[in-house]
Design a protein around this ligand. Structure first.
Ligand code: CA
Length: 227
């Protein structure tokens, strides 16, 4: 999942981003509230981790703007103990949960998992296509009864295509989804991920098709086995 961390304290931001990456997520970090508003406008995130006291625009203002745009992305507020009024206000403004700094990373991980699980269970908890079942919140894919062994990048690719199943997703859009801002994914890197995922899906009843010049799509394949 792609997660945005908005925090101007570098030490906390590093620890939180590291924990999220360790859990297999793509993480983007911003220290400025105004940049965060811009990013939330331009990109889709599965979760936002939001500090309240920020340069540029306050966390409370970011929340208010998100919810007034009917954006229901889960928001986990991380805040200092002395900001009690702010915390109450954040919940009133539509934060889904909050943690008081300093917090244990194990608790942070658990809150993130709970929010992602809650979000997934509001929609379809397990996405199914052919014999393939994908648990987006749990970051697991199963082929029949067997777990499908995927790298984080392959899982991200599968997730992106699965959420748009039957429709073509362009290469640019895939690269954008799979990359954090501080990374680049070359055309060649995308080709490799596509090739590997396609091989792992072989015989699953799901086909990763190339729409030449346009991009890729995931389709149910009636003739089961692929060459
Ligand atoms: Ca701050």
């Amino acid at each position: 999942m792609r997660i945005l961390v908005v925090e101007d304290d570098a030490a906390i931001a590093n620890a939180v981003c590291e924990a999220l990456r360790h859990a297999g997520h793509s993480v983007d970090h911003l220290a400025d509230g105004r940049q965060a508003l811009q990013a939330l406008h331009e990109h889709a995130f599965a979760l936002v981790v939001l500090d309240l006291g920020l340069p540029g625009a306050e966390g409370g203002e970011i929340l208010r703007r998100l919810r007034s745009n009917a954006d229901s992305v889960p928001v986990l507020v991380i805040t200092a103990r002395e900001e009690l009024d702010e915390r109450v206000r954040a919940l009133d403004l539509g934060a889904d949960d909050y943690l008081v700094k300093p917090f244990a990373l194990a608790e942070f991980d658990a809150r993130v998992r709970a929010l992602l699980r809650r979000r997934a269970s509001q929609g379809v908890p397990l996405l199914q296509i052919g014999r393939l079942a994908v648990d987006l919140a749990g970051r697991r894919a199963m082929l029949g009864p067997a777990a499908l062994d995927l790298t984080a990048r392959e899982f991200g690719l599968l997730e992106a295509l699965l959420l748009r199943r039957g429709r073509v997703t362009g290469r640019e859009q895939l690269i954008e989804t799979l990359c954090q801002w501080d990374e680049t994914l070359s055309d060649n890197g995308l080709d490799i991920a596509v090739h590997r995922l396609r091989r792992k899906l072989s015989g699953s009843g799901v086909q990763l098709r190339t729409a030449r010049g346009l991009g890729y799509l995931l389709e149910e394949d009636d003739d089961a086995e692929q060459p």
